[in-house]
Write a protein of this length. Structure first.
Length: 189
C-alpha cells in the first residue's frame, strides 16, 4: 500500500494528494499508485463525464480517482461492511459528488437492475478467480455502454478469458500484477 499503512493517495484531478483512509483488512490489495497513474494516463481522453462502475471496489481508489478526474458518477460495489463504510466515509469527507456505495458482492450486484456504464474497473480478489464469470455477466446483462472501457487486473501470467467482442487496448505489469484495458465493441448478431 502506498503512503503509511491504512492510507492511499489520490494522484490526480480535483482531489489530487487527498488521502483515503483504508481499514486494515486481510486480502485487501489496493492498486499501486504507479499502476493507477499509468491507467489514468490511458483513460485521460475518455474519463470526463463517464459513468463508472468500480465492481470489486475494496478501497475505492480507482473509482474515486475517476471522480477526481471528472467522471460524472461512480458506483462502488463492496461486500465487506467495514470497507463499504470506509468508502462512504471517504466520499463524504472528500465531498466527492456522484459516488454511491452498494454493500453487495459483485455477482449479487450484477443480478440487479442493469444500467450501462462507460467505464468498469474489474479487479476481484485474485483467489476467487471471478474474472470470466463477471466479464460474461457484464457483457450479457446490459451493464456496458456500447463502446465501454473495461479495466481488468489479474496476477502476472494470468490472462483471464473475456468476451470475444472486448479488444485489448493496452496492457502492462507491475510486480506480480498484470493490468489491461479493454474496449467493448457491439457483439456480432
Amino acid at each position: 500500500m502506498n503512503g503509511r499503512p491504512g492510507r492511499i493517495r489520490i494522484i490526480g484531478g480535483s482531489l489530487r494528494n487527498s488521502r483515503l483512509e483504508v481499514p486494515e483488512q486481510p486480502g485487501l490489495r489496493p492498486t499501486p499508485e504507479r499502476v493507477r497513474e499509468t491507467l489514468f494516463n490511458w483513460l485521460a481522453p475518455m474519463i470526463e463525464g463517464a459513468r463508472v462502475l468500480d465492481l470489486c471496489a475494496g478501497t475505492g481508489a480507482l473509482g474515486i480517482e475517476a471522480l477526481s478526474r471528472g467522471a460524472a458518477g461512480a458506483c462502488f460495489v463492496e461486500p465487506d461492511a467495514r470497507a463499504a463504510q470506509a468508502l462512504r466515509d471517504n466520499l463524504a469527507r472528500l465531498k466527492a459528488a456522484g459516488g454511491e456505495v452498494a454493500a453487495l458482492d459483485a455477482q449479487g450486484f450484477l443480478r440487479g437492475t442493469e444500467r450501462p456504464f462507460d467505464l468498469v474497473f474489474l479487479d476481484p480478489p485474485f483467489a476467487l478467480d471471478l474474472w470470466g464469470a463477471l466479464a460474461q455477466r457484464l457483457e450479457q446483462a446490459g451493464w456496458l455502454a456500447e463502446r465501454a472501457w473495461i479495466y481488468l487486473e489479474s496476477p502476472r501470467g494470468v490472462t483471464p478469458a473475456v468476451p470475444a467482442n472486448w479488444s485489448l487496448h493496452r496492457e502492462g505489469g507491475a510486480g506480480e500484477v498484470r493490468f489491461a484495458l479493454y474496449r467493448r465493441a457491439l457483439p456480432l448478431s
